[in-house]
Design a protein around this ligand. Structure first.
Ligand code: DTR
Length: 338
């Protein structure tokens, strides 16, 4: 009897030991390309805290902001090959790779980050496009609608004449049509390009006025309501398969919530950032006329058509994706009042 008890307790101890060894091994690395202060990294730290809390510490997340593990352009490959378990990608930095979800980068006048982020998440859930088949998608969100930040004033569209402005994705093409010269590069290379004078400004959301201190160099801001940039947080498939089922569930359940959290965070933060820039650097903000906004809108039409053609080439039902996206946009505008 004694022997039996001894054997049983020895095997119980072994089970416990194995279980804790398995748990202790679950540390996920999470790579991000821009600096720690910026919104893609703020959402990363929020996600880390939620995951560690909801798994009672069974899953730990080690974060690498500022391109310390993977940069903007090698993020996708780095996650696919397991250099990082998780990574954050900006889809417009990979032209042609995401034909379905790049719809979110089209000029359809998203009114807020929350609306655009929730729309993107639902659209992804509905279509689950092939383009993400090599990774697990943990969440999706967008930046806020994009505006011009420049070293010299852009009071009217005519002032753009030949001006080199940093952008990416669909905005590059719209800028060209507006008479500016779009220069494509990831956000993480922009501070140097502005310093060196390679570009005279950029087109992005106003969070960067504060988070990159761009307000110091770009004292003039023009409201253009250009497209949002879509982002995805992706995970290596083998790393995902190694996670226990209950941890996978925690991550799955967080997907939509994280998308909404990030949308709300950025909507609030762009207001703070602009107010801060006005106060600290006395930046000037210019509004365009209704006719100029109509002109920008008209310039977006060929882009939507070009996207349709590309999507059809990738065997996607472009019209269905587009009409679902617009319906979701309207739904979330009504629901959130934003
Ligand atoms: N302008 C987009 C998205 C973006 C907006 N704020 C940040 C901060 C850090 C990185 C990217 C972004 C872009 O350039 O990707």
């Amino acid at each position: 009897m004694r022997k039996l008890i001894a054997t049983l307790s020895a095997s119980a101890a072994l089970v416990l030991l194995l279980a804790s060894a398995a748990l202790a091994g679950t540390t996920l690395t999470y790579a991000n390309f821009p600096p720690a202060k910026t919104f893609p990294c703020v959402q990363m730290e929020h996600w880390k805290a939620e995951v560690e809390n909801r798994t009672n510490g069974a899953v730990a997340v080690q974060t690498f902001p500022g391109g310390t593990l993977l940069g903007a352009k090698n993020m996708l490959r780095g996650v696919q090959t397991g250099q990082a378990d998780i990574g954050c990608i900006s889809l417009p930095y990979y032209p042609g790779v995401f034909p379905a979800m790049s719809a979110v980068n089209l000029p359809v006048a998203f009114s807020s980050t929350t609306v655009a982020s929730l729309t993107m998440w639902d659209l992804y859930q509905k279509y689950q496009p092939e383009e993400f088949k090599d990774v697990i998608v943990l969440t999706m969100f967008t930046s806020a609608p994009s505006n011009i930040m420049s070293k010299t004033p852009v009071k009217q569209l005519g002032d753009l004449n030949g001006m080199e402005l940093r952008a990416s994705g669909s905005i590059l093409k719209i800028l060209g049509d507006m008479g500016a010269q779009g220069v494509g590069m990831p956000m993480s290379q922009t501070p140097e390009a502005l310093q060196k004078g390679v570009v005279k400004g950029l087109v992005s959301s106003f969070d960067v006025l504060k988070d990159f201190n761009f307000a110091e160099i770009c004292r003039y801001e023009t409201i253009t309501n250009l497209p949002v940039y879509p982002f995805a947080v992706i995970m290596n498939k083998a790393s995902w398969n190694r996670l226990p089922g209950d941890a996978q569930k925690v991550l799955t359940d967080l997907g939509r919530e994280q998308s909404e959290w990030t949308g709300n965070y950025l909507d609030n933060h762009i207001k703070d950032s602009l107010a801060w820039a006005k106060e600290k650097y006395k930046v000037e903000v210019f509004e365009l006329t209704a006719a100029e906004h109509a002109d920008i809108k008209a310039k977006g039409v060929p882009l939507v058509n070009a996207w349709r053609t590309e999507a059809a080439k990738a065997d996607l039902d472009a019209d269905a994706i587009l009409s679902d996206m617009l319906a979701l946009k309207t739904k979330y505008e009504t629901e959130t009042g934003k």
